[in-house]
Ligand binder design. Sequence first.
Ligand code: PAF
Length: 282
Amino acid sequence: MKIFKTRRELQQFALELKRSGKTVGFVPTMGYLHAGHMSLIDIAREKADVVIVSIFVNPTQFGPTEDLDRYPRDFERDLAMCTEHKVDVIFAPEPGEMYNADSSTWVEEKKLSGPLCGASRPCFYRGVTTVVSKLFNLVMPDFAVFGWKDAQQLLVIKRMVRDLDFPVEIIGAPLVRDTDGLALSSRNRYLSDDERTRALAIHRNLLAVREKVEADGASVLESALARARKGIEESGGRIDYVTALDVDTMEEPVSGTKALLVAAAVFYGTTRLIDNEVVELK
Ligand code: PAF
């Protein structure tokens, strides 16, 4: 496995891959890898000649009061997991390597990134779309894999790729849960045992919304969401949002809505967790 630390050596290598006609699959990450990341890597491994994984805790997607400094990092463990899953190349730049000191260019998606996490974390998607654009220009992948765990991120990246004509196929991979139902996230590490147990209420309640709407239709959505909010609050969660939007438009559902993104962001202690269910409407 090759490890590149600089943009220049990665881009040089990627150019050579392109010229040789090899298919390149890319999985961008912020490290502290878990089984969710491995599922993305396994999808890339199935389809590509060469699998490239980036490990970079991207400062531009963290707000000033967020957890950039304490975001979990364990490079040796990440390396071992990538080796086991047959990754070919890791790109792991130091914080100062990724952006020019006087960088003044941003990539911003202005529609799908507005609600949900975009409303609570105003710099977040601008940081994500900017770093992912840079990574696409460095890696030049044929396809990149993003998880449905970060559903809004996946939709924003797809829109950016469409609007800016990046020649990259975006593959959405299913959300991966722990055996008890908690969506896998590097941030789960912050949770105490008690918080982790209480946080199971997120999935339980989103699932209840899904089952209710699948059984009785969209007319029961608001009451189902209200019950979910109550259930999550009773578990001790501080709700950022628990809501449902049209998954295609990220707007309030209308009569023509085909599928809902039922999504939640909830704090347990100081840890903000996100989760979602996609509900097809008949
Ligand atoms: O999902 C993540 O880990 C990050 O937002 C990403 C896509 C690697 C960009 O920093």
